[in-house]
Design a protein around this ligand. Structure first.
Ligand code: UT7
Length: 319
């Protein structure tokens, strides 16, 4: 037994910043950002906190599933950094939505949503749960260095959620990790211990874009091929591909290696930038609420991110 998705939700902060807005204080241009990444604008938290976004996405997903928060048996929140180191983001949300079940965070960077689905699947398999909330929430605008044009233009803020119930719709899943602390990292805040001898690094995201790019292109096509085969399907059976939204050129390159028509790839990076683990559940919610999904549709998902991690899976839609 795996599970079925019975509800989805998503949330984004109100403030929209276009590429032109960024070029007012950075040496960049709409032309560079658009042609190199596909991004036109991103949402940025101004007054909202991550907890606000996460709560909003979670409540919409519960409403869409038609269940009360008290019915949840587990909450999994994926994020690279919650509002607090402790309590976990999942515990903050548990309180805010009025749930009473166990709750914990999971950090697999941009692959977090797929990692959480894998954990949830094990809980369903062991019959420990009947209803699970997975919510992926990221406020990347607080983690990037806004004077570094090579990274800050790429990311955005958002949250996406899915409520899972008993079923057999997760047809295959594959996770990988390949320890690499160099290509993409966000150092922790170091505290102010008077006895510490190390200064620590500035607590901003740093990235070797080209290393991540090469890793992503190689793995996205290979992971999708693997999970589609593992599900007992062929690329012709896939109705939608939900690729992690880091760069449209990465998606194009992966698409070039697979025989799935380009129009089946869902794109949201133009409006949100890279929202790390939130990118796939936000697209799932947009497809669901936009009435674009029909019973039996096959969705192939693929993510990659810091770690390096990858996650991929094939989901049948039966809501
Ligand atoms: O979720 C996972 C996280 N990240 C990713 O997946 C990112 C993967 N990598 C990428 O998407 C691409 O490598 C980037 C979009 C980050 C960069 O694209 P690129 O084609 O690899 O550009 P580059 O780093 O080779 O830089 C080309 C030029 C450089 O100038 P010079 O040295 O050629 O004079 C950069 O300084 O572009 C310059 N540049 C910019 N120019 C205008 C870098 N950022 C900007 C910018 N505006 N924002």
């Amino acid at each position: 037994m795996s599970f079925q998705v019975i509800g989805t939700g998503s949330a984004a902060p109100a403030c929209v910043k276009t590429n032109d807005d960024l070029s007012e204080f950075l040496e960049t241009s709409d032309e560079w950002i658009r042609t190199r990444t596909g991004i036109r604008e991103r949402r940025i938290c101004t007054s909202e906190t991550m907890s606000d976004l996460t709560e909003h996405a979670a409540k919409l997903a519960l409403e869409n599933a038609g269940i009360d928060a008290k019915e949840l048996d587990l909450i999994l929140c994926t994020t690279v950094r919650g509002d607090y180191m402790t309590p976990s983001q999942a515990c903050v949300i548990q309180k805010r939505i009025g749930a009473t079940c166990p709750a914990f965070d999971l950090n697999a960077a941009c692959s977090g949503f797929l990692y959480a689905l894998d954990v949830a699947e094990s809980y369903f398999f062991c019959k420990k749960v009947k209803k699970v909330l997975v919510v992926s929430s990221e406020v990347m605008s607080k983690l990037v260095n806004w004077t570094d044009r090579s990274t800050c233009v790429l990311f955005g803020d958002g949250a996406g959620a899915a409520v899972l119930g008993e079923g057999d719709d997760m047809l295959s899943l594959r996770l990988t990790a390949d320890g690499n602390w160099d290509a993409l990292r966000i150092p922790q805040v170091n505290g102010n211990c008077p006895f510490g001898e190390e200064q620590g690094e500035p607590p901003y995201l740093s990235m070797n874009g080209q290393d991540v790019y090469k890793f992503a292109v190689t793995n996205m096509a290979a992971d999708l091929t693997y999970v589609i085969e593992k599900a007992g399907l062929t690329t012709a059976d896939v109705d939608y591909v939900l690729p992690h939204q880091a760069n449209t050129r990465i998606i194009d390159a992966a698409a070039h290696r697979l025989s799935i028509p380009k129009e089946k790839y869902v794109i949201s990076i133009d409006r949100y930038g890279n929202t790390s683990s939130a990118s796939i559940p936000v697209m799932l919610d947009e497809l669901n609420r936009g009435g674009r999904l029909k019973k039996g549709d096959i969705l192939a998902m693929s993510a990659f991110g810091g770690g390096f991690t990858t996650g991929a899976g094939v989901l049948r839609w039966s809501k």
